[in-house]
Ligand binder design. Structure first.
Ligand code: ADP
Ligand code: MG
Length: 287
């Protein structure tokens, strides 16, 4: 039972198996949202992006493309500029020069953080940020209704569609049986999955995840890989990660991995290809 009389109880399924993951692609936004022009097959396009901090080039003519529907892993030594790249994409940092486009026509360098988020880019930071005092399902509900504000969303009646989306997301992130627990009681891995669920409630076209497996146990890491693999087809993803087993689980034998170093792309190919690349080996061993 939830304690807020204004919020109806969700009719959650007793058996988690009832909710298969196959329905997920139908929830929310499809791979190709109407307002983002991906007619050329590209969801994200960076060209010659440079960012300097006191003369130091954190990004140095970075050029990179993510295909619509792709799950791209980005690896690279500390200081390579991976987080700075996400800061540029999300409008947190303004580049000195270069192009940053969502689809064919949305120029992200002309937009601020909230409008970039509304345009369909969700970002997962390293540390989970959930509403600790609130039940898990309510975290998902609040995430869905940020436009209407905190109180409005608490008092609003959940319509059927919203309930269905919350239930689908709970199943997807594997937290059905935790739905009524406070988010603060969850394990680190569960909180990370909840935050991803909260981002999904906003129906992003592109999800950016910065070291999502950091601090996770091996089991939690593999559960996260399974979740992200299930999200293929729901949104495009860019995942920055150090854990090579995690990257292998996400990229498989054919998925492309981008290696960054010193603010630019050092190598690009399958995980096996980039692991054999001499410049990549040098860049990692050189530190
Ligand atoms: P990564 O995420 O690949 O480890 P970062 O993007 O965090 O790398 O950092 C790239 C480089 O830019 C680092 O040398 C870092 O110290 C520097 N840097 C990042 N943000 C700032 C900032 N706000 N001010 C000054 N230097 C920064
Ligand atoms: Mg970083």
């Amino acid at each position: 039972m939830n304690e807020n009389p204004m919020v109806p109880d969700l009719d959650l399924p007793e058996d988690p198996a009832v909710h298969s993951l196959s329905g997920v692609a139908s929830m929310g936004r499809a791979v190709v949202p109407g307002e983002i022009d991906v007619s050329h097959g590209t969801i994200l396009y960076l060209e010659d992006v440079t960012v300097s901090f006191d003369g130091f080039r954190a990004l140095n003519a970075l050029t990179l493309t993510i295909d619509a529907g792709e799950l791209r892993c980005i690896i690279g030594p500390n200081g390579a500029g991976k987080t700075t790249m996400m800061d540029v994409i999300t409008g947190k940092t303004e580049p000195d020069s270069g192009k940053v486009f969502l689809g064919q026509s949305i120029d992200l360098t002309r937009m601020n953080e909230p409008s970039i988020a509304r345009a369909g880019i969700g970002r997962k930071f390293q540390k989970p940020t959930v509403f600790e005092q609130h039940p898990v399902w309510e975290n998902l509900e609040l995430a869905m209704k940020t436009d209407k504000g905190w109180f409005a969303s608490l008092r609003a009646r959940l319509d059927r569609e919203a309930q269905a989306r919350i239930e689908e997301t709970l199943a997807l992130i594997g937290l059905e049986s935790e739905a009524r627990r406070s988010a603060g009681e969850l394990s680190h891995g569960q909180k990370q999955r909840l935050e991803i669920g909260m981002l999904l409630m906003q129906q992003p076209a592109l999800l950016l995840l910065d070291e999502p497996a950091a601090g996770m146990t091996d089991d939690e890491t593999m559960q996260l890989a399974e979740l992200l693999n299930h999200l293929r087809g729901t949104c495009s993803m860019m995942v920055v990660e150090h854990d090579m087993e995690f990257v292998a689980a996400l990229s498989g034998a054919t998925g492309k991995v981008t290696v960054m170093a010193e603010g630019r792309v050092l190598a690009h190919g399958t995980l096996d290809e980039v692991k054999k690349d001499e410049t990549v080996i040098e860049s990692y061993l050189g530190r």
